[in-house]
Ligand binder design. Structure first.
Ligand code: HEM
Length: 396
């Protein structure tokens, strides 16, 4: 006989839960393989085995709807909201623009920006800085709009726009309202302007979406939505993952010294940061058929959360999961997602990390925490909004 899903009455998305998201998500994973959230009327799956299988099976776990789905929200309804075949066609366009071949020419420019930024910090050696506001955010918020070909004017709205889009992925609670109130019409007006062809640089990544429309590969409307998704999906994920790497450098100084001794470990540190504390708590999906997990049947039409971050720390899969270990074999982690929707921007994020974390490792001898991190108060995104650290500059 089929078993019932474990019913949980907790609120996983209020301010207190968001402040403790790591512990909250780990607890859900340990409650049961299938957890029904009574408040939200959704089902959560958090164990690695089931999350990775679910992400791979898009026919069962469809992206065409999800928990709290509002098709009229500010979130660009494209790619992450589609299944094949429409998804395949649109993804081909963005994926060729973001391929290793297309992006490798950016590596030098990224390195120059990163080097200038981190060198500029060296005079603050010994003082307390905020690793988000002073290191990871200014870097991403420069190189990303430069790459997209956005005008300089209005870039100060990047954070508020990203924060609004992230808020739409979670429940319409007090944090959602704060994200929406955090702004006025100026932010949306700016985001809309950024997505219009006439405002994009002719040689930027944004324009490439419109050139694909000219070739008939997608429609002009899809091109506009793709620029919107680039603007919202690419920024804070990368800011948070690199900030978490710096947090790990404070908490695991032995690992930082390993990377300083062998710079080829920089990319491994970025990947391990993504496994260790993923910047997205879950993917939203809807079931297209009844699906059984360990004797529990999730009915067709159920809105589900596949919990990336909890799966990446599942002790059934990872040994000593809370340890940040740059030499760990972390292949198969789901920080990039998995399957047809797995992150199409990972080459870009990796190049940014090579440049920025590479410059950090070169110019900074060691980090120490200078107070607790302040969490990003959003429901589905996860990471430090402020990360106070003290550092010692390297002599070079
Ligand atoms: C460390 C940084 C990043 C992380 C952790 C990350 C994480 C993810 C994850 C988990 C997914 C899958 C979501 C799902 O299955 O529902 C995803 C998809 C996606 N990401 Fe990223 N991402 C990062 C950087 C980027 C960048 C730099 C870009 C763009 C240049 C980007 C663009 C996208 C897009 C467009 C999708 C949707 C792909 C599809 O549906 O086929 N991401 N990302």
């Amino acid at each position: 006989m089929a078993k019932e899903a474990y019913v949980c009455h907790d609120d996983l998305f209020n301010a207190e839960a968001v402040r403790n998201a790591r512990a909250v998500d780990d607890r859900v994973r340990e409650l049961a393989p299938v957890v029904k959230l009574a408040r939200e009327n959704i089902t959560m799956i958090a164990r690695y085995e089931h999350v990775s299988k679910g992400l791979a099976d898009w026919k069962t776990f469809s992206s065409t709807s999800r928990p709290w789905h509002d098709p009229k929200s500010v979130r660009p309804e494209i790619l992450l909201t589609d299944d094949p075949p429409r998804h395949t066609q649109v993804r081909a366009v963005i994926s060729s623009a973001l391929s290793t071949q297309a992006l490798s020419k950016m590596a030098d420019a990224f390195r120059r920006d990163a080097d200038a930024l981190v060198r500029g910090l060296k005079e603050k050696s010994g003082t307390v800085i905020d690793a988000v506001a002073d290191i990871t955010q200014p870097f991403v918020y420069k190189v990303l709009p430069d790459l997209l070909g956005l005008p300089l004017e209005g870039r100060e709205h990047m954070y508020a726009f990203g924060n609004m889009v992230w808020a739409t992925m979670g429940p319409p609670n007090e944090l959602y309202k704060a994200a929406m109130e955090d702004t006025d019409g100026a932010v949306l007006e700016w985001a809309n302007r950024c997505c219009q062809r006439e405002n994009l640089a002719p040689d930027g990544l944004g324009m490439q979406m419109y050139l694909a429309a000219d070739r008939g590969e997608i429609t002009p409307d899809e091109a506009r939505l793709l620029v919107g998704i680039l603007l919202s999906a690419a920024a804070d994920t990368t800011v948070m993952t690199m900030a978490n790497a710096i947090r790990a450098f404070c908490e695991f100084p032995d690992q930082y010294q390993l990377i300083r001794a062998d710079r080829s470990l920089v990319r491994a540190a970025f990947e391990e940061s993504l496994r260790w504390d993923s910047p997205s708590r879950m993917a939203g999906r809807i079931t297209m058929r009844d699906v059984e997990i360990e004797g529990v049947v999730i009915p067709k039409g159920e809105r589900c959360g596949l919990m990336f971050a909890a799966a990446n720390r599942d002790p059934r899969k990872w040994q000593d999961p809370d340890r940040f270990d740059v030499k760990r074999d972390n292949r198969g982690h789901v920080g990039w997602g998995y399957g047809v929707h797995s992150c199409v921007g990972r080459v870009l994020a990796g190049l940014e990390a090579d440049a920025l974390l590479g410059a950090v490792v070169e110019h900074i001898e060691r980090f120490e925490a200078a107070g607790p991190p302040e969490p990003w108060m959003t429901t589905i995104g996860h990471g430090p909004a402020k990360l106070p650290v003290r550092f010692t500059a390297a002599v070079n």
